[in-house]
Design a protein around this ligand. Structure first.
Ligand code: DGL
Length: 276
């Protein structure tokens, strides 16, 4: 390993963050990356605040110990429940020069550019929805004039994690949650996929989403926001090594992880099993 190996860490509870990493690699291929999926303990979506925080902090510390100066929480649930505490309480004590970023703020920032009716729909895990992180961030950025309706989709991550996206059950649950969302607010014209697992369900989602609605996929949004961040923060950019390497870590068995992860990333990969 080269001397100044300081990769960008990308973390998710499982496979979902690979949909974000895929977009990041398209924009910023020159950097070194370590992806960590906590597949052994996924899903995080229905876990308590304390547990999501504890697991996420363990993952961030692992990535720091491997040289990462910058870690992206490529998971809405972890961003909603752990990011603020890590930024405000843990980083100042551990190392104030390191950075941990999430996926909710960059997504919330994009909303005003898409909506005409001012009515926004959020599809996410129960944890993300209950945290109210999206309505709060959107109000901070755009003020109170946007109407935000959320729908928790607790079955979507298990469908994706268990490779059941082509099962009729996927159609059933996707249709049910989208119907609920629009029953509560028919004026919604912009929907955020507020969970990094959901892009795998896009073909099914598009079947049930009204045609005039814009669907925002977080991968390209987060990737562009990271590009902007590294331009605005050259002191962080300088600390990220750029040898174009990729490492993939999972807390589950490599045999389970590799084929599915390759599907999410869109290319084959080799992984290593670690313990947190
Ligand atoms: N991929 C995660 C997210 O974006 C959630 C998956 C889970 O429930 O663990 O929210």
């Amino acid at each position: 390993m080269q001397q100044n190996y300081q990769p960008i860490g990308v973390f998710d509870s499982g496979y979902g963050g690979l949909t974000i990493l895929k977009s990041i690699l398209e924009e910023l291929p020159q950097y070194d990356y370590i992806y960590l999926g906590d597949n052994a303990r996924t899903p995080y979506g229905s876990r308590s605040f304390d547990v999501v925080y504890e697991y996420t902090l363990q993952a961030v510390m692992k990535l720091f110990s491997m040289g990462c100066q910058l870690v992206i929480l490529a998971c809405n649930t972890a961003s909603a429940k752990a990011l603020r505490t890590i930024q405000q309480n843990d980083l100042p004590v551990f190392d104030p020069s390191r950075r941990v970023l999430g996926v909710i703020r960059p997504s919330a920032e994009k909303i005003p550019f898409y909506t005409r009716t001012g009515h926004i729909g959020i599809l996410g895990t129960s944890g993300t929805v209950l945290s109210r992180s999206y309505p709060l961030e959107i109000a901070k950025i755009s003020g109170d004039h946007l109407v935000v309706m959320q729908e928790a989709c607790p079955m979507w991550v298990p469908l994706v994690e268990n490779d059941e996206i082509d099962n009729p059950a996927a159609d059933y649950f996707v249709q049910k949650n989208i119907r609920n969302l629009f029953r509560h607010d028919p004026e919604i014209d912009t929907v955020i996929l507020g969970c990094t697992h959901y892009p795998l369900l896009i073909p099914t989602i598009l079947k049930y989403l009204p045609d005039h609605v814009t669907l925002l996929d977080q991968g390209p949004i987060v990737a562009q926001s990271l590009v902007d961040y590294l331009i605005r923060h050259p002191e962080i950019d300088q600390k990220c090594s750029k040898a174009g390497s990729r490492r993939f870590l999972t807390t589950e068995s490599v045999q389970n992880f590799e084929p599915r992860a390759g599907m999410f990333l869109g290319q084959p990969l080799t992984a290593e099993k670690i313990q947190l």
